[in-house]
Design a binder for this molecule. Structure first.
Ligand code: F6R
Ligand code: ZN
Length: 193
């Protein structure tokens, strides 16, 4: 791991492997119970475990003072009429923020707080989204190309996937005749449901 300042290029797809030291691939099977249409999910899974999104990152010590950064790439696709999306998470240390910078594609970042607030911010190339501390976040690709975002967050943040796994998000983004539409999630099952 580097102990001096360093730089790396990230704009070209062929630079991803050399610029990052960790590559995570998340397939449909990792998103069980997250899509509204369970039948469409199972049918898609039966025909092959599609690659939904990938993360490239640079390992740094997971301590306050360090920053973790990388690329999140959500591929285009739908399960039923619900767009491909990330699992989504709170940071384990709730008081930690995150910045996303959209490099390619089109989509949204769906966010919610444990206090019951919700927010949806658009992603398009050149747009930054600031995730304030205590907000869970999930990237959703509403376009026909890869949604590529660069993210940065504090080294000690950690990831709490279990909360979202159990409750889902309060909002879903569905394709209604080609138009991304934000709807309430009737299956949301948190403490205030
Ligand atoms: C890190 C972060 C992103 C996501 C990435 C994949 O805190 O928010 O790097 O990790 O977009 O999403 P998840 O982690 O929800 O599978
Ligand atoms: Zn995060």
């Amino acid at each position: 791991m580097k102990s001096r300042p360093y730089g790396y290029p990230i704009s070209q797809p062929n630079e991803r492997r050399s610029s990052f030291d960790n590559h995570i691939q998340r397939r449909l099977s990792a998103l069980r119970n997250q899509f509204a249409d369970g039948k469409a999910y199972q049918a898609m899974l039966d025909s092959g475990d599609a690659l939904v999104y990938e993360v490239y990152e640079n390992r740094r010590p997971e301590v306050a003072g360090e920053l973790l950064s990388g690329l999140s790439i959500v591929h285009p696709g739908c399960v039923g009429n619900e767009y491909f999306m990330t699992k989504g998470h709170y940071h384990s240390v709730r008081e930690t923020a995150e910045i996303y910078f959209c490099m390619e594609g089109k989509g949204v970042l769906v966010m919610e707080s444990e206090a019951g607030e919700t927010a949806v911010e658009e992603f398009y190339p050149g747009r930054v989204v600031y995730v304030t501390p205590r907000w869970a976040h999930r990237s959703i690709n509403t376009g026909g190309e890869d949604l590529v975002t660069f993210f940065v967050y504090p080294g000690h943040a950690g990831h709490d996937y279990a909360t979202i796994d159990a409750t889902g998000f309060r909002k879903r983004v569905l394709d209604h005749g080609g138009v991304p539409t934000i709807v309430d999630n009737p299956e949301w099952s948190g403490v205030n449901a």
